[in-house]
Design a protein around this ligand. Structure first.
Ligand code: PMP
Length: 375
């Protein structure tokens, strides 16, 4: 079909005009280390278990799925209890199609026109994009320019001045890999409650998409006694199931009730629920892969530092490194050597996701070669 209408000819919302959709390049190169995926395919035994569970679900596909996904939420609560040592039940857990949908549902319920969300950049760009998509104003706070931590007193002052309705804390943070200390989360939570315009306080979202890779324990126990704190998680990273699209949250049961006001009915397909359930049965095996990735991550940090590069401490399955006068030119050089990494637009820096040992070796060789080319 010949295209005669352009997007700007449509009666589009003003705030979406001239904007681009989220998009990491999906290039066909031998080593792809650009989207923080888990490099290990699911084990064959789990693939067979998924097939079994999905076959069972298929027999009932003439019916809508369990709307509240109670079975899956019970399994997720079990996983969180086991891995954090903090007891949570199914009424404290909610699931959706990827944690992006979790974040969207949170902003639909707690953000919206006339309200604002605040985050500390550079951080996960979808926080601002989902804010825009839900009509929520976005306020960008900063981070330390050298180690990318959140400067607690400065952040408390900024929150007090800006009075956001929703506060995002990404820990470990994408794209920098930086974990946030529980004392800082406590201070920012308290500041957001004290500054809030309404008498019900402000929502604080801790995005823990990379929690399993951290040197630090999960912040999940902090939901106790903090009804406005929500922990967002995903099966896309540690579970190696980015293609599954399963994200979840843990919070006070009242917050789970609130999210149900905006979720689409039957949003989580029976196939998704069955697949996620099967993956949770294999969590111990999958967490074994996470241990390997953590030691590979630490190796990448060491090896890049040995090349005299400036490497940000990482608690995630990716590493931010620099500094480059022209990061994009260096990104292209690495690509010429067959390795796709990420230019997130952070000044002077690039990001690499942790791959298999062989992929990481190829990446390190590519960086060495690219450094030689540029000297
Ligand atoms: N939060 C963070 C910090 C992320 O980096 C990502 C994925 N890149 C997500 C949330 C969303 O992941 P998903 O929708 O696959 O759960």
């Amino acid at each position: 079909m010949t295209r005669t209408t352009r997007i700007d000819d449509l009666p589009l919302r003003d705030e979406l005009r001239g904007k681009s959709p989220y998009g990491a390049p999906q290039l066909d190169v031998p080593v792809r280390l650009n989207t923080n995926e888990n490099p290990y395919p699911l084990p064959e035994e789990l693939v067979r278990r998924i097939a079994e569970r999905v076959s069972d679900a298929a027999r009932g596909l003439n019916r809508y799925p369990d709307r509240d996904a109670v079975g899956l939420r019970t399994a997720l609560a079990g996983y969180l209890t086991e891995t954090t040592g903090h007891r949570v039940g199914p009424t404290q857990v909610w699931a959706a199609n990827g944690s992006n949908e979790i974040l969207q549902q949170l902003l639909q319920a707690f953000g919206g026109p006339g309200r604002t969300a605040l985050g500390f950049d550079p951080s996960y760009s979808m926080h601002a994009l989902i804010a825009r998509g839900t009509g929520t104003g976005w306020i960008s706070g900063g981070r330390d320019a050298h180690d990318f931590t959140i400067d607690e007193p400065a952040a408390v002052d900024f929150i007090t001045e800006q009075r956001p309705d929703v506060l995002f804390i990404c820990s470990p943070n994408n794209p920098t890999g930086t974990a946030v200390a529980p004392e800082t989360v406590r201070a920012l939570y308290d500041a957001a409650q004290a500054a809030a315009k309404g008498r019900h306080g402000a929502l604080v979202v801790v995005d823990e998409a990379y929690a399993e890779f951290s040197h630090r324990p999960s912040l999940l126990p902090m939901i106790e006694g903090r009804p406005n704190l929500v922990i967002s998680r995903t099966m896309s990273k540690a579970f190696g199931a980015a293609g599954l699209r399963l994200g979840y949250l843990a919070a006070d049961p009242a917050l789970v009730d609130a999210v149900q006001l905006v979720r689409l009915p039957y949003h989580l397909s029976a196939v998704t629920q069955a697949t996620a359930h099967a993956a949770l049965e294999f969590s111990q095996t999958l967490l074994g892969y996470v241990e390997e990735l953590k030691s590979e991550r630490d190796r990448l940090v060491r090896e890049l530092r040995a090349m005299d590069l400036e490497v940000t401490d990482s608690d995630a399955n990716f590493v931010q490194f620099g500094r480059f006068a022209d990061p994009h030119a260096f990104w292209e050089k690495v690509l010429e050597h067959g390795v796709l990494i990420r230019d997130n637009g952070v000044p002077g820096r690039l990001r690499v996701s942790v791959g298999t040992r062989a992929e990481n070796d190829t990446f390190l060789d590519a960086v060495r070669a690219a450094l030689k080319d540029t000297h």
